[in-house]
Design a binder for this molecule. Structure first.
Ligand code: PLP
Length: 423
């Protein structure tokens, strides 16, 4: 086996990474490899596979749609799947307008551009953007600029615009210092908002890529109060947290947030097709309606509102709404297994929200470059479980269909790996 001569894999250093595993097919929670091995996909393939791989209802909806209308230019045309999806997401998010794009990064770019231009369309100068330490909003330039500077952004830092950065008072089981850190963050936010601010962006409840860093709903409500008092727009980046991941349909709901803009992707199509959606309030939409051509939102992608993606998203929403207990009760499945893991000396700072469980390994340095994550990954693959730790942060974020036995197997593989690596 060797690296393919014509492919370039994402976020992969070829010099130090193992050759990618060849996947033949996937069903439910299982990735079936070309060599006959099976792996439990305990992280939903970069957090997208919501119900399970090859979920039959979604597969059938895509197949049906492909025979009716596979794609049409979305300027000058509209179609039923897009209209139905917009209507349903508007009712579920409380944000009346849906703007389509292709992935999570573009959903964030669109939110940012709408927020920025909305103020300009009104002739109001608000030039500050506020985001949080540790934030990750995607790999395109606007999304990168909103995200915290990191090893991912380093080569491009000179090209990224400045944002004011507020600390993110994340917490974990048994945390004693969270109130103090929340108060400090809120003070920083108040000070930052003293400068006229266009928008504040956050990942509600869980910052994903920076290490599954979870804040309390009450902190987010306090943030919202200050954002509203400062007259700025609030953007919720629910690319990872949306569609049940945190135990309610959207993390914003669990925190009683009513953002002005919401970025969605990943679970939107059940993880079948790349699609982004930016939900915006009617107030923002109306701010672009004008006889002046320059007030138009001049943004569009070739595949805007792809009907196959819309059909997948509608089928996925059906499944979520038919079986809400699958995401609402997931946290109670993680909890006893995390309690067992907590017995291991190396396991620190456990946290869990909905389907997302995470902890840190006390193994030298913290951060993405700590090698323990890759070592643990290799151990787990040998045990039939696929995880992808973020440095010393280990997390599980499985598809909703995972059985109790598969979940237990995932935790057991992790526990045996920790014992082998930290003894
Ligand atoms: C919170 C958040 N926003 C945006 C993105 C970017 O999404 P995509 O990888 O689909 O561009 C991600 C991806 O992990 C994310 O977690």
């Amino acid at each position: 086996m060797s690296w393919h001569p014509h492919l370039w894999h994402p976020t992969t250093q070829v010099a130090t990474s193992p050759i990618p595993l060849q996947v033949a097919r996937a069903r439910g929670c299982l990735l079936e490899l070309q060599d006959g091995r099976e792996l439990i996909d305990a992280i939903s393939s970069w957090w997208v596979t919501l119900h399970g791989h090859a979920e039959p209802g979604i597969a059938a909806a895509i197949a049906r749609q492909a025979q009716e209308l596979e794609q049409v230019i979305f300027a000058n045309f509209s179609h039923a799947p897009a209209e139905q999806l917009a209507t349903r997401l508007a009712a579920l998010t409380g944000l009346e307008r849906l703007f389509f794009s292709d992935n999570g990064s573009t959903a964030v770019e669109v939110a940012l551009k709408i927020a920025w231009q909305w103020w300009r369309n009104q002739g109001i100068e608000r030039n500050r953007l506020i985001a949080f330490e540790g934030a990750y909003h995607g790999d395109t330039f606007g999304a990168m600029a909103l995200g915290d500077r990191s090893i991912f952004s380093a080569p491009y830092d000179d090209l990224l615009f400045d944002v004011a950065r507020i600390s993110w008072p994340h917490s974990h089981w048994g945390d004693q210092s969270v109130e103090v850190r929340e108060a400090q963050a809120l003070l920083q936010l108040e000070q930052a908002l003293a400068v006229p601010t266009a928008a504040v962006i956050l990942e509600p409840l869980i910052q994903g890529a920076s290490g599954m860093l979870m804040v309390r709903p009450s902190f987010l409500r306090a943030v919202q109060e200050r954002v509203q008092a400062g007259g700025a727009l609030l953007i919720a980046d629910e690319v990872m947290t949306g569609f049940g991941r945190t135990g309610s349909l959207f993390a914003s709901q669990r925190s009683a947030l009513q953002p002005d803009l919401m970025a969605l992707s990943k679970g939107l199509t059940g993880g079948f097709l790349p699609m982004g959606a930016t939900m915006a309030s009617e107030r923002l939409y109306q701010g672009f309606i004008s006889q002046e051509p320059q007030q138009t939102f001049f943004h569009g992608h070739s595949f805007t509102a792809n009907p196959l993606g819309c059909a997948a998203a509608l089928a996925s929403l059906d499944l979520l709404q038919q079986n809400p207990e699958r995401y609402q009760q997931f946290e109670s499945r993680h909890t006893p297994l995390l309690e067992e893991l907590a017995e291991l000396n190396a396991v620190k700072r456990i946290r869990c929200r909905g389907t997302v469980a995470a902890f840190e390994l006390d193994a030298g340095s913290t951060g993405y470059l700590n090698p323990i994550g890759k070592q643990l990954q290799q151990h787990c693959i040998q045990q039939g479980v696929y995880i992808r730790p973020l440095g010393n942060v280990v997390y599980l974020l499985p598809p909703l269909c995972i059985s109790d036995g598969q979940l237990q197997q995932s935790y057991s593989a992790i526990a045996s790996g920790i014992q082998a690596l930290t003894d």
